[in-house]
Ligand binder design. Structure first.
Ligand code: ZN
Length: 485
């Protein structure tokens, strides 16, 4: 038996910002009331989601030969300033430690805004011979940036609490280039597991990571139509290696600077996970990161409480034995309705209801979170059915989010068309462009949006066959334009 009632997604799209804050608070995922602006607290349920996501990231990195490390939070000022372009970009955002107790420090210490300048002096000590390469490390740590724009939980914060940064060093440019592709593959694998849609763009020259040769970024579209950058991969060339004098000895006895890459991902990926899959009833989570995959709810009537609750615990044990994360919600004095609310809000992929009549008939009712479809199944086949339904939910989340994003990537052939699309539904607009920086910046000002860059890899871009959308000269490439966080 099946009954479907599609959940409301209205508020999710119509007033996304309010929805996001409400979900973070009600689940609760993240508490923003800590009295330091731009920081927040991962609450127990939110922390479990975070742990699920970081585990996927760790697994993908370790599978591809990256090793986890942990560097100090503090960076001496002379180290932070070593790579000229890099520091220029970060200097207005750095928090400084200037005192130890009442004593002024001889050397000011920065709270890391990112860790290139903490890690590369150590690379200089660790790398001597060809056999030390490639070096591939990563850490998951917090970084601090004094954001002057309005802060937003997980999206624009002053303490990025969950910053995964990978840093690699190689003997040749070709190996570094190959590493950029591996970084892209790792992130694609992470986002695919989270069922998150994305496009990959090569950022324009003026928007690449400071100190990098080029930057490839992953962008997604949030429910309000604004674009969120959820991951970046940078080819650093030899710039940092020269600034920090990281060299290895070649076979001929001469020394050469290493070639480097770095790539980052943060809790923005979790903000996207929550925002893109959610609906008016709260979180909708892919099974891989759902802290609770199946919540068993006893429907008790007087006289049958004990039997029903006992059966629910048996069901829970069957599920946990099969490797699933399951609980019985046997809270007293709480109505089944409130329990449904709890598990919908928390995004459990399935809920299993069991009442006295089900008990007599040897059945249970499985309710699937993404479409609230109910399926009545025999108790002995619950494990198999839950697995099947979770797999269907995962496929649906992937399809639903991809379709939703695809509908928000449009081509345009005039400035007015770009503006009209961005005003109406946001998302990403693709157009042809001459490649000139001045023209690009002029275009950004005209449409009050940002150039995300050119499509990268197997991403196909829009092509109109005519000239640059802004200046009309022969077009060099396709660009993506969006309003972004
Ligand atoms: Zn142009």
């Amino acid at each position: 038996m099946k009954m479907a009632k599609p959940p409301e997604r209205k508020q999710w799209e119509g007033n996304y910002s309010e929805w996001f804050h409400r979900v973070l608070q009600e689940v609760p995922v993240y508490d923003v009331r800590y009295p330091v602006k731009g920081t927040g607290i991962w609450m127990p349920f939110g922390f479990k989601i975070r742990k699920g996501v970081t585990q996927i990231i760790r697994d993908e990195l370790e599978k591809t030969g990256h090793e986890e490390v942990l560097f100090p939070l503090l960076i001496p000022d002379y180290m932070l300033g070593k790579e000229g372009e890099h520091i220029k970009n970060f200097e207005d955002e750095v928090y400084w430690v200037t005192h130890g107790g009442k004593t002024p420090l001889d050397v000011k210490l920065a709270l890391r805004p990112t860790s290139e300048t903490a890690i590369y002096p150590m690379f200089q000590l660790w790398i001597n011979a060809y056999s030390d390469l490639p070096m591939k490390i990563f850490q998951i740590a917090n970084v601090f940036r004094y954001e002057t724009k309005a802060t937003r939980p997980m999206i624009r914060v002053r303490e990025v609490s969950t910053f995964k940064e990978a840093h690699t060093a190689h003997a040749t440019r070709e190996e570094a280039e190959a590493q950029v592709n591996q970084g892209i593959e790792v992130y694609s694998a992470v986002f695919n597991q989270l069922k998150l849609p994305y496009v990959k763009s090569r950022r324009p020259e003026w928007d690449k990571f400071p100190g990098a040769e080029y930057t490839i970024a992953f962008d997604t579209v949030l429910p309000d139509g604004k674009v969120l950058q959820i991951g970046t991969v940078h080819e650093l060339g030899q710039g940092f290696a020269k600034a920090f004098d990281i060299k290895y000895m070649k076979a001929d006895g001469n020394y050469e600077h290493v070639w480097q890459t770095c790539y980052g991902i943060s809790e923005r990926a979790i903000a996207a996970l929550i925002s893109i899959h959610g609906d008016d009833n709260g979180l909708v989570l892919p099974s891989v990161v759902a802290p609770i995959q199946a919540a068993v709810v006893p429907i008790v009537f007087k006289g049958k409480e004990e039997e029903v609750t006992k059966k629910c615990h048996e069901l829970r044990d069957m599920l946990t034995t099969a490797g699933m994360r399951a609980v019985v919600d046997d809270r007293k004095e709480v109505t089944p309705g409130s329990k449904y609310f709890t598990w919908e809000m928390r995004g459990a992929p399935v809920r299993i209801d069991l009442g006295p009549r089900d008990l007599e008939e040897g059945t249970a009712v499985i309710v699937r979170r993404d479409n609230l479809e109910k399926t009545t199944v025999r108790i002995e086949s619950v494990v198999g059915e839950v697995k099947r339904i979770m797999a269907e939910l995962d496929r649906n989340l992937k399809k639903r989010s991809s379709d939703w994003m695809s509908a928000r990537i449009n081509g345009a052939t005039s400035i007015d068309e770009v503006k009209s699309i961005l005003n109406k539904q946001g998302g990403i607009v693709e157009a042809t462009w001459c490649g000139d920086r001045g023209c690009g910046e002029d275009l950004e000002a005209k449409v009050d949006a940002r150039i995300l860059g050119t499509p990268y890899g197997d991403d196909e871009g829009f092509s109109s066959g005519s000239g640059c959308i802004n200046c009309g000269v022969a077009a060099e490439s396709t660009i993506r334009i969006a309003r972004s966080y």
